[in-house]
Ligand binder design. Structure first.
Ligand code: NAD
Ligand code: IPM
Ligand code: MN
Length: 348
């Protein structure tokens, strides 16, 4: 029995304002019992009244909603990017959404920039630590604006934070019928942080004897992602490395317009968003690819327990790719609205 789930919607800036409302229409077409409440937190709102996220905003999201659906945040008029930091990174950090789940799935060989790569060969998931690392922005500057200026940027890795995301990755692998979990770090140079990741990964892997633990340095992993993507199943890594490798991974799928993600803390209100940003040059032109947002909506439905509704969306997107009902970034000749309408029309 389904109960109506409450979803907070933050379209944000740029193309987020185009792709999110039409992804909501796609969700509605599945018949999933959900209720949307939209929030205008964005660059426009910040420039109007200085609000990034209102007082008590994160508590309200956690208390009153089952999930959050976000477009993108970032606007050239806000040079400091303060609103994006406070809203997007604020949700990730303050709501403790520690696992950033980014599935990487090639839907059609034509979308992959690599030669002789078939869809079966690109099908893995990156689990990115989402609450620590260099993203804490801890550090400082000494002797600023002198020839002796010193800048430091700290990489924060806690036992608790590292362990929970590694456990999440093993649990994810089990749940999704995967056999291997690969931890990527740079422990050959970052020995303190890397040492903690190595130690915890070795310990935790002992609790999952049905799964094969693997390790790679993150630079070697980049090569592997391009040369032999078929060898990858589940990758777990820190916040910054996860950010970088998921843009590379997005390219394998056809570009940022295709990539989806979830920011998850099991049992807490979690957040779903396309991997792409606000793409200011594309905004308002009906050219942005809506697929990343639509597939993020499917991840959200799956997370909320509406698996069959999520499958309907994924099947409709696969059909769009097969029939080339796509925007120009992935070789189609349709607009944002037309692609989304076509996908919505496939859903019964
Ligand atoms: P971006 O993802 O906006 O764009 C990168 C490239 O991908 C551009 O060439 C863009 O045209 C293309 N692209 C992105 N999404 C697309 C789509 N749906 N369809 C077709 N093409 C698409 O990244 P950027 O240019 O580095 O950043 C722009 C702004 O977005 C910045 O303010 C940045 O901080 C912000 N940003 C926000 C998020 C987020 O909210 N999650 C993520 C990344 C960047
Ligand atoms: C992402 C983005 C964000 C990040 C930016 C916009 C802060 O690049 O979601 O991948 O670095 O996490
Ligand atoms: Mn990124």
């Amino acid at each position: 029995m389904h109960t109506t789930k409450k979803i907070a919607v933050v379209p944000g800036d740029g193309i987020g304002k185009e792709v999110i409302p039409i992804a909501l229409e796609v969700i509605r077409a599945t018949g999933a019992p959900v209720e949307f409440t939209e929030f205008d937190w964005s660059a426009d709102r910040y420039l109007k009244d200085g609000t990034t996220i209102p007082a008590g905003g994160f508590e309200m999201l956690a208390r009153d909603f089952d999930a959050i659906f976000v477009g993108a945040l970032g606007d050239p008029r806000v040079k400091t990017n303060i609103h994006a930091k406070e809203i997007l990174l604020g949700m990730r950090f303050r709501m403790d959404l520690y696992a950033n789940v980014r599935p990487v799935k090639l839907l059609d060989a034509a979308l992959c920039p690599l030669k002789n790569v078939t869809p079966e060969m690109v099908n893995f998931t990156v689990i990115r630590e989402n609450t620590e690392g260099v993203y804490m922005d801890m550090g400082g500057v000494f002797k600023r604006d002198t020839p002796d200026e010193v800048a430091t940027q700290e990489d924060i890795n806690t036992r608790k934070g590292v362990e929970r995301v590694i456990r999440f990755a093993f649990g994810y692998a089990r749940k999704h019928g995967r056999k291997k979990v690969l931890m990527a770090d740079k422990s050959n140079v970052m020995s303190y942080a890397g040492g903690l990741w190595q130690k915890v990964f070795n310990e935790v892997s002992g609790d999952y004897s049905d799964l094969t633990p693997q390790h790679m340095y993150v630079d070697a992993l980049c090569l592997q992602m391009v040369r032999e993507p078929q060898s990858l199943e589940v990758i777990v890594t820190n916040n910054m490395f996860g950010d970088i490798i998921t843009d590379l991974a997005a390219a394998l799928q056809g570009g940022l317009g295709m990539a989806a993600s979830g920011n998850i803390h099991p049992g807490k209100t979690s957040m779903f968003e396309p991997v792409h940003g606000s793409a200011p040059p594309l905004a308002g032109k009906n050219v942005a690819n809506p697929v990343g947002a639509i597939l993020s909506a499917a991840l959200m439905l799956e997370h909320l327990g509406y698996g069959s509704e999520a499958r309907k969306i994924e099947d409709a997107v696969s059909a769009a790719v097969r029939e080339k009902k796509l925007t120009s970034d992935v070789g189609g000749n349709m607009g944002t609205r037309e692609v989304a309408d076509w996908i919505r029309g496939q859903i019964r």
